[in-house]
Design a protein around this ligand. Structure first.
Ligand SMILES: CCCCC/C=C\C/C=C\CCCCCCCC(=O)SCCNC(=O)CCNC(=O)[C@H](O)C(C)(C)COP(=O)(O)OP(=O)(O)OC[C@H]1O[C@@H](n2cnc3c(N)ncnc32)[C@H](O)[C@@H]1OP(=O)(O)O
Ligand SMILES: NC(=O)C1=CN([C@@H]2O[C@H](COP(=O)(O)OP(=O)(O)OC[C@H]3O[C@@H](n4cnc5c(N)ncnc54)[C@H](OP(=O)(O)O)[C@@H]3O)[C@@H](O)[C@H]2O)C=CC1
Length: 515
């Protein structure tokens, strides 16, 4: 019997960020592997005109729960949603709900965060830092709390090259910074943000670094562990190979490449692409929850959850496998044939942006206008370029993370646990993983049916013919203009044509003699 699965049976778990990408995969695995878990409380806010209840009712219908639905058809009865808003005092949880949590919860998984790179500092602080502080205050009063697992990011300390499994001192006193932004005008905060975040690339990584320090300060009160995943991608095996449901991390760029929109991207081909499958992160989270509660380590354990040091793979290789997968399994209605120029040279990238992004977008928008439709391609590309700018910090450099704690934990697991909660990324076969990632993005994110592949291939052939015809016409036009303007070009042209003619005559004559 698995010790990890057995541990969660009969326990009450609280998950924040349960409606997010990782939260859903966590809930699914927990409910499937430990069907006798007492209850899974989730903090959910109303959103986009939907009440908390409506959101949860829709969420449990998601495909991500298909496997657990098959194994335990009444799995949703274990899910107990609590109305909460992490940016509000006391997380806006009612007194009654709060009492229930304080008396029941055994394990907390804190996943909620804003992961946007362009989040205004004030909001990122409110949610990622102050929200975490409020949750810690609540956790302090939980009578049966056995473990508090905080999900950070491997890039929380991306201003360092070598990242150990320790908490680094924060760049500022968090309390002072929070007080400051509370009364400062929004526009002033925006202006001083670059100065405040210093050598962090964005408010997301900066606030995740501050949160880690806050979490560590609670170590006297309960058992804490921090998990730092790198770039979380589609699942490796569970619940299905290639499961993905949002455009974050590398997924948006992979899809943009598959759609033939992204044709050039600024990456260092030889830099390590530290992707980590979502199910690996979730298995590690459940194992860490068990280990922290049962073994009660004396210090706050930090688990860098990365692949680069163990089973490295580079951006250049990812690009190659993404393009080759999408050529074999094309997406529907692609804009152009999938192809990716990948360079870390700014000027070369700018050249390709002009030639293979902006020029086709302008031409297509012109065609849309001519046919009485609204132009939209330039808008899409401007958005893509904004995203590419925000992501290039992560694709043009490599980091080294130590992963001793992840390795240590592996040695603590029984063979059964190692199989059921596998986080051994040495077994990851990258080309197979990337292929499943791309196909998963097609199926689960874009809702495209695999039966549409022959039509998608036909569309690619049409695009190829258009491209050949366009290139030939362009070449002839350029050459005609050139010849009309330059005597030298004319002479070269006549020389080349006469040379070809002579060659042809020679071959025809020699083949006639042979027969
Ligand atoms: C040849 C292939 C090469 C592939 C590899 C190339 C590059 C790899 C790229 C990146 C890797 C580095 C990632 C580093 C991660 C660090 C790890 C972390 O710790 S954490 C989490 C990571 N966080 C993120 O990834 C968030 C980043 N995103 C953002 O900050 C913002 O989305 C944004 C980039 C600033 C863009 O903001 P914008 O306001 O313009 O858009 P929205 O996010 O609001 O999205 C609007 C809407 O569009 C949908 N969407 C987004 N992207 C796409 C897409 N590519 N195609 C189609 N649709 C897309 C999005 O879901 C929204 O839809 P909806 O309104 O319905 O929700
Ligand atoms: N995805 C990745 O590549 C990586 C993620 N991480 C970390 O993993 C964790 C989970 O990330 P991921 O699942 O990808 O993120 P998502 O963006 O998919 O999910 C974020 C979750 O946080 C919730 N949330 C956001 N704001 C609030 C709020 N004000 N009150 C209550 N809940 C809120 C969201 O709820 P709602 O549905 O209501 O918006 C959602 O459930 C984060 O802590 C992130 O930093 C770390 C490394 C990489």
């Amino acid at each position: 019997m698995s010790s990890i699965a057995a541990y969660y049976n009969g326990k009450t778990v609280l998950i924040t960020g349960a409606t997010g990408f990782m939260g859903k995969v966590l809930m699914e695995k927990l409910l499937r592997s430990s069907p006798d878990v007492e209850a899974v409380y989730i903090l959910v806010r109303p959103k986009a005109g939907q009440s908390m209840q409506e959101r949860v009712a829709n969420m449990v219908k998601s495909k991500v729960f298909d496997r657990v639905r098959e194994d335990c058809p009444n799995f949703q009865e274990k899910i107990k949603p609590i109305n909460a808003e992490l940016t509000q005092p006391n997380l806006a949880i009612s007194a009654k709900d709060s009492q229930e949590l304080l008396s029941q919860v055994n394990v907390v998984f804190h996943c909620a965060a804003t992961v946007r790179f362009d989040e205004p500092l004030k909001h990122a602080l409110l949610l990622n830092v102050m929200g975490t502080q409020q949750l810690l205050l609540l956790a302090r009063q939980m009578q049966k709390l056995e473990a508090f697992i905080h999900i950070s990011t491997a890039y929380a300390n991306c201003n360092k090259r070598n990242i150990e499994e320790v908490i680094y001192p924060p760049p500022v006193e968090t309390k002072k910074l929070c007080d400051l932004v509370e009364w400062l005008d929004e526009s002033i905060i925006q202006e001083i943000t670059p100065k405040l975040i210093g050598d962090w690339p964005n408010t997301y990584t900066y606030t995740k670094a501050l949160a880690e320090y806050l979490v560590q300060q609670e170590k006297e009160h309960f058992n804490i562990a921090i998990i730092r995943p790198s770039i979380v991608g589609a699942s490796w095996h569970e619940p299905f190979p290639g499961w993905i449901d949002n455009f974050n991390g590398a997924s948006g760029m992979i899809i943009a490449a598959g759609k033939g929109i992204l044709q050039t991207v600024k990456v260092n081909n030889d830099a390590v692409a530290d992707l980590i499958p979502v199910d690996v992160v979730i298995n590690l989270m459940l194992a860490v929850g068990w280990y922290t509660a049962v073994h009660r380590p004396k210090t706050v354990m930090v688990y860098n959850c990365t692949t680069g040091g163990i089973n490295p793979f580079c951006w250049g290789e990812i690009g190659y496998h993404v393009i080759s997968t999408f050529k074999r399994n094309p997406l529907e209605q692609t804009f152009r044939i999938p192809k990716a120029q990948m360079t870390s040279n700014h000027l070369i990238n700018q050249y390709w942006i002009t030639v293979s992004h902006k020029a086709p977008a302008m031409l297509y928008d012109f065609y849309l206008r001519l046919t009485g439709r609204k132009p939209r391609m330039m808008k899409i590309f401007n958005r893509l370029h904004k995203s590419m700018m925000l992501l290039e910090y992560f694709t043009c450099q490599s980091w080294e993370w130590s992963s001793e704690n992840m390795n240590m934990l592996m040695t603590q697991l029984s063979p059964e646990d190692r199989r059921l909660f596998n986080f051994d990324v040495r077994q990851l076969h990258w080309s197979e993983y990337i292929e499943n990632y791309c196909i998963g993005a097609k199926k689960y994110l874009l809702n495209e049916d695999m039966s549409g592949i022959p039509a998608a291939k036909q569309h690619l052939r049409k695009l190829r013919n258009i491209q050949y015809a366009f290139n030939t016409t362009l070449l002839v036009i350029i050459w005609r203009i050139f010849i009309a303007r330059s005597q030298m070009a004319r002479n070269i042209w006549y020389f080349v044509v006469s040379l070809c003619y002579k060659f042809l005559s020679y071959f025809r004559a020699s083949s006639t003699l042979r027969h």
